[in-house]
Structure formats: structure tokens, C-alpha cells
Design a protein around this ligand. Structure first.
Ligand code: FAD
Length: 505
């Protein structure tokens, strides 16, 4: 039996989630009789952070038809090859998490097995000599990977750092040009329908009532529709992810922007530094049980070298996920769907996959229960895999200098993560449950960065001679060393191709 199609969509919220949804849905509904309205309250405002991304953002921007270089100019963006971790394993230690694979898989066996076999005899071997992302970042250089390169070593990914407010502006202009109606009003009341409790309409500040078939809740942490009205429930993950607060401030650049984010472990959490073309976003993410807001702000300000250009802004949050992102005719995106701290910049990518799930299982008026259950299952799976990846960063620390780090080292971890970690320790195999936001190379970066070396390597490489492995790896190292060194500097790349108009000389 066919059911009537959806004819009205209301998106509530004009932060990154709301405007990403509007930009994507407006393309999806082109030539279909579906209206889209976005309601936001500029008086309430947005969180206004969220400036570092992972490589999937490149696909998202392509999918909505944004020209890459124009997007970079308009959002004063810089490129991101990965993340530099400082003081995480021990004070003074440093490692890099690139968005690029390590080496090449030979004879069906993953590269890390060859690497760890070589490292057994040559303990100074460095995994980062086998990643183009790490090599470019080491020299503050940048190059765009070619499409379908002949050499698999030249195939790598990158992401961006951008100004969140400018990104929302770009998406807003695009969405409105494609017919999205925009209302700037506060929602005063949400009206539920008898007897099934679906959302029927929202009442605005000015008395207007807006009805819709499908409501997309992008109202941030509170989840105005999904939680405050539909009481969907929240799964709390704070026993593994202790940080529940942050303070953020922007500062003028004192050096050319680096093609990577810096995250530095501090006494009760960690600090981010996200360089854009014109300024740096800084923040201290911390656990309020171990540090108060005033001290966090003081620590952050002491560690910033450039002049600050706004007032430090505090945030409070609870790590976890909404028990269902799709409940009745309400679909939650962004912070309304849950939050995992921004250590690996995953929130914007979760908005993106949330949109993909909605488009893949786009409902009709029957709101099919099977499709809804599948979307909720996918969201749970994805959030849990990201949770495990982030928890790994804390669990593997060797720091014992503060109560915060001692707790992290001693805490029990989710069984799904325990299994992955133990498997890698014993035999070097990296378990991945498809689809995961982070590739095997990312897991390898973190294991390796924290000094986890597998006890044995894959049996299938036992017949190779040490000298042959050493020769093959030396060739890779040489190619990547040259490629990293000889590329253009990141700052020069931006100046040549995509400098923001107000910085052009
Ligand atoms: P918000 O930005 O909070 O927007 C909520 C919207 O709802 C607003 O437009 C508001 O006006 C509207 N609204 C609320 N109530 C009403 C009402 N009653 N009537 C009408 N409108 C209403 N993500 C990353 O990917 N990378 C990062 O580096 C990163 N860093 C972060 C750092 C911190 C400290 C935090 C807290 C988050 C970070 N995030 C990061 C997450 C990222 O900021 C969010 O995923 C992103 O901004 C999306 O937010 P949102 O649109 O869901 O919510």
C-alpha cells in the first residue's frame, strides 16, 4: 500500500546542524512538491564553536554543490592534515594523527605488520616516516592529493579548519537561494497531536503557528523537540568521558597557520588550537570535578600567545547520546542528537551522517517503524564507535601527575573497546566494525602514539627476510620524505589559491 508523501519539513535551529540540513535537503527535494522552512532564534544564538573537521566534510561540501576554493575563501578556512597531540602519553611527549594511510599493504597483509617486524630490530623506526600526511605536516607544507594517483602513497585525505559563523552564513545563503523559507522567531510551544503524540505544529513568539509533516530538531544540547517535548531519553557516557565543560576564546595569529590542529593535554583535560587564515580558535575542555571555570579560563589565557579578540565563552555539556535520534515525526541532528567532546572533531561529521541516514530512509506519511529502527541502530553504532575511539586516548595515558589522569588510566572501558585494544596488543590486527568514522590508520596512529606495540605480527609475513622488508620500507620512506619536503608551504598554498578576500595583498 502506498502512503502519501511528506510535503512539509520544518527545521528548528540555525546553527551548523540546521543549515547543513537545509542545504542538503533543499538539493534533495529539488523538483519535488516539498516545502522546507527553517526556524531559528537569533536572540537565543548558536554555540558558535565547531571549527575543526574530519575529511568527510569534503564530500559533504561537494554533495551540496559548494566550490571548494570559494568555500575556503568565504570561511577563512585553512587545511587540516591531522591532529598533533602534545603531552598525552607523558608530559613532553608528542605524536601526530594524520588523515592518511601508513605505507602500503603487501601480499594482502596490512602495512603495520611489516613496520613492527622492522621495528623489532630497529627500535628507532618511526611510523610517521610512512605517512604523507605526517611528512607534509612536519614541514608545515600542503599539497592537494591528485584524483586516482598511480602511486597509492599519494592517495590521502584532508579536512578543514573554518569559521563556524561564516560556514553557517554560506549554507544559509545557498539554502535560501534554493527556496528554503527562513523565520527568525523563538518557538514558545510545541503542539503534540492526539492520540499518537506526533508533533503537529510549533507556536512562535509572534503568535504564528507552523505545521509540518516532519520536524528536524537542531536546537542544540537541550533538544527542544526530541527531549523537552518527546522525552526520548539520553544515555550518559560520563563514566568514560569525564570532561563536561569548556571555555573558548579566539586570538590573533602570531605565526602562519599550521595545516593541523594542536591538542595539548592539561591537568584536568586538554586544550585545542585551531588555526584559521586570520585567527586561531582556542579552548580548554575540562572536567568540572577537578577544575573550576575561573581556573580553566586563567590557564587557557596564559597559554595563548596572540592577542585575544573576544571574551572567553563557557560551555557545559554531558557526553552521551540521545536514545533515539528519530522518534515519531521528529529527527534530531547535531547537539540535539548527542555529544562527544571535540577531541577528534567528530560532531560535524555526525551531522553529515545523520543527514545521509535521513535521505537514505526518507519517510512518507506512514513513518515506517522498520526504517526508523534502522536509522536509530545506525546512529547508535556510529556514536559508540566514536566514543570508543575517544575513550582510547584517555585510557592509554601514562600520566599520573593529576587526579584526572589517574582516573583515566584506571577506569574500566567499554567491552567493545577492550576487545579491540587487546586484539591489537596481542597480534597487531586492527578490528573495525563497518562503517566507522575512523579508518584503521587512525586507530593505528593512536595505538602507536601511546606506545602500544603488538606482541606478534601476522604469520603470513614470517617467510619474508628482514633485509627485504627493510629495503621495501626504505623506498617508501624516501619517496614520502621527498614529497613532504618539496611541497609548497601551507601558507603559500592558501595565498596562491584561496586566500580570503580581506587578506589579499
Ligand atoms: P547550536 O549551534 O546550539 O544551534 C541551536 C539552534 O537552535 C540555534 O540557532 C538556536 O537559535 C535554535 N533554537 C534553540 N531554541 C530555540 C527556540 N526555542 N526557538 C527557535 N530556535 C531555537 N564540532 C566539530 O565538528 N568540530 C569541533 O572542533 C567542535 N568543537 C566544539 C567545541 C565545543 C566546546 C563544543 C561545545 C562543541 C564543539 N563542536 C565541534 C560541536 C559543534 O559546535 C556542533 O556540532 C555544531 O555547532 C552544531 O551545533 P547545533 O547546530 O546542533 O546547535
Amino acid at each position: 500500500m502506498s502512503h502519501p508523501p511528506i510535503s512539509k519539513i520544518v527545521i528548528v535551529g540555525g546553527g551548523t546542524a540546521g543549515w547543513m540540513a537545509a542545504a542538503s535537503l533543499s538539493r534533495f527535494v529539488a523538483n519535488r512538491p516539498i516545502s522546507i522552512t527553517l526556524i531559528e532564534s537569533t536572540a537565543i544564538g548558536t554555540v558558535g564553536v565547531g571549527e575543526a573537521t574530519i575529511p568527510s566534510i569534503v564530500d559533504f561540501n561537494n554533495s551540496i554543490g559548494l566550490d571548494e576554493l570559494e568555500f575556503i575563501r568565504a570561511t577563512r578556512a585553512s587545511f587540516k592534515l591531522g591532529i598533533q597531540f602534545e603531552n598525552w602519553r607523558t608530559q613532553g611527549d608528542r605524536f601526530f594523527h594524520p588523515f592518511a594511510d601508513y605505507g602500503i599493504n603487501f601480499s594482502g597483509v596490512e602495512f603495520q605488520h611489516y613496520f613492527y617486524r622492522l621495528k623489532k630490530n630497529n627500535p628507532t623506526e618511526d611510523l610517521h616516516d610512512y605517512s604523507i600526511g605526517s611528512q607534509l605536516a612536519k614541514h608545515n607544507n600542503f599539497a592537494q592529493p591528485r584524483e586516482n594517483p598511480e602511486n597509492p602513497l599519494a592517495d590521502y585525505s584532508y579536512a578543514y579548519h573554518f569559521d563556524a559563523a561564516l560556514y553557517a552564513k554560506v549554507l544559509r545563503e545557498l539554502s535560501i537561494s534554493r527556496g528554503v523559507a527562513h523565520i527568525d522567531q523563538k518557538i514558545e510551544k510545541v503542539n503534540l497531536r492526539d492520540p499518537d503524540g506526533f508533533i503537529e505544529s510549533v507556536l512562535l513568539d509572534n503568535g504564528q503557528v507552523i505545521e509540518s509533516d516532519l520536524f528536524i530538531d537542531c536546537t542544540g544540547f537541550k533538544g527542544l523537540l526530541i527531549e523537552e517535548n518527546l522525552h526520548t531519553g539520553y544515555e550518559d557516557w560520563q563514566q568514560w568521558l569525564l570532561c563536561d565543560a569548556a571555555v573558548a576564546v579566539q586570538s590573533l595569529n602570531t605565526t602562519e597557520p599550521t595545516p593541523f590542529t594542536r591538542v595539548t593535554a592539561l591537568d584536568a583535560g586538554w586544550m585545542w588550537q585551531i588555526p584559521l587564515q586570520h585567527r586561531t580558535g582556542n579552548g580548554y575542555v575540562f572536567c568540572s570535578r577537578f577544575l573550576d571555570k575561573a581556573k580553566a579560563e586563567e590557564t587557557l589565557l596564559q597559554r595563548i600567545s596572540g592577542k585575544t579578540i573576544n571574551t572567553p565563552k563557557p560551555f557545559a555539556f554531558k557526553a552521551g547520546r540521545r536514545k533515539k535520534v528519530w522518534n515519531k515525526n521528529c529527527y534530531a541532528l547535531g547537539l540535539a542528537s548527542g555529544f562527544i567532546e571535540p577531541l577528534e572533531s567528530t560532531s560535524i561529521s555526525l551531522i553529515q551522517t545523520g543527514i545521509t541516514h535521513l535521505l537514505t530512509f526518507f519517510p512518507d506519511m506512514s513513518f515506517d517503524a522498520g526504517m526508523i529502527a534502522e536509522v536509530n541502530r545506525r546512529h547508535q553504532h556510529e556514536m559508540e564507535r566514536i566514543r570508543d575511539f575517544i575513550v582510547l586516548h584517555y585510557k592509554l595515558t601514562e600520566r599520573t601527575d593529576t587526579e584526572f589522569w589517574r582516573y583515566c588510566q584506571a577506569m574500566e572501558i567499554p567491552p567493545s573497546l577492550e576487545h579491540k585494544l587487546e586484539l591489537f596488543k596481542s597480534c597487531g590486527h586492527i578490528l573495525q566494525h563497518e562503517p566507522e568514522a575512523f579508518e584503521k590508520s587512525s586507530w593505528l596512529s593512536i595505538y602507536n602514539g601511546f606506545g602500544i606495540i603488538p606482541q606478534r605480527t601476522d604469520n603470513r609475513i614470517d617467510h619474508f627476510k628482514d633485509a627485504d622488508i627493510a629495503n621495501q620500507l626504505a623506498k617508501i620512506k624516501q619517496v614520502l620524505d621527498q614529497a613532504g619536503k618539496n611541497a609548497t608551504s601551507h601558507a603559500e598554498f592558501i595565498r596562491r589559491h584561496c586566500v580570503a578576500p580581506d587578506f589579499e595583498s
